[in-house]
Design a protein around this ligand. Structure first.
Ligand SMILES: C[S@@+](CC[C@H](N)C(=O)[O-])C[C@H]1O[C@@H](n2cnc3c(N)ncnc32)[C@H](O)[C@@H]1O
Length: 197
């Protein structure tokens, strides 16, 4: 199994304790504001499911998936009304269509050589004008840390993966307020908000 997924399976309860109180209110608001009206949303790599109810409370019809079975179990407990599936980004098919795909620090574990193909799958799963929101740890190279591999992005390195698929709404760099779980205390986050072309 992918070493990242093994890490999340083995550290699910600790990850829950460290991240469950992260306040992403303004990120939810910024995402929901640009969604097409029907607001059907997929949380891709939902982890412990922290974002499921806040998105539902903002009028979204939410479903979710994660590759880690332990994370899926915790997400189902966090949001019993939401359908949470165990699967990976690489398994995405366009059987269902979404107005928005939310990928909060989850695509960071997709290797660069697989990122374009995953973005193409995300594009295919979106309705016309659908919104894709992803966050990455900021940087222009991959890094290994404590059992995980992170594939970082900057406003420049992300562009070839988006080209021809999405128009950029905003690319923002913000301090990593979750620095307790980051490899570096000075880490920054890249926020990618784009619309399907
Ligand atoms: C840093 S956690 C973020 C979780 C959650 N989105 C959050 O913000 O707390 C990364 C998540 O991505 C999931 N993940 C990693 N690789 C994946 C893959 N290939 N397909 C689906 N999920 C994956 C992990 O299991 C983990 O739950």
């Amino acid at each position: 199994m992918d070493q990242n997924i093994t890490y999340y399976d083995e550290n699910a309860s600790g990850f829950y304790a460290r991240t469950k109180d992260t306040d992403l209110s303004w990120e939810y608001d910024a995402f929901v504001k640009v969604l097409p009206p029907s607001r059907r949303v997929l949380d891709a790599g939902c982890g412990v499911g922290r974002d499921l109810l806040p998105l539902a409370q903002r009028g979204c019809d939410v479903s979710a998936f994660d590759a880690s079975q332990e994370m899926v179990t915790l997400a189902r407990e966090a949001a019993p009304t939401v359908t949470v599936t165990q699967m990976s980004f690489q398994d995405l098919t366009a059987n269902a269509r979404y107005d928005g795909i939310w990928a909060q620090l989850s695509l960071i574990h997709v290797p660069y050589e697989e990122t374009r193909a995953v973005f193409e799958k995300i594009h295919a799963c979106l309705t016309d004008g659908g919104i894709f929101y992803a966050t990455y740890k900021y940087g222009d190279s991959s890094m290994a840390s404590k059992g995980r591999i992170f594939w970082n992005m900057t406003q420049v390195t992300i562009l070839p993966y988006l080209e021809g698929l999405f128009e950029v709404i905003s690319l923002s760099v913000v301090p990593d307020t979750r620095s307790r779980v980051s490899p570096s205390e000075s880490a920054k986050i890249l926020q990618v908000l784009v619309r399907k072309l």
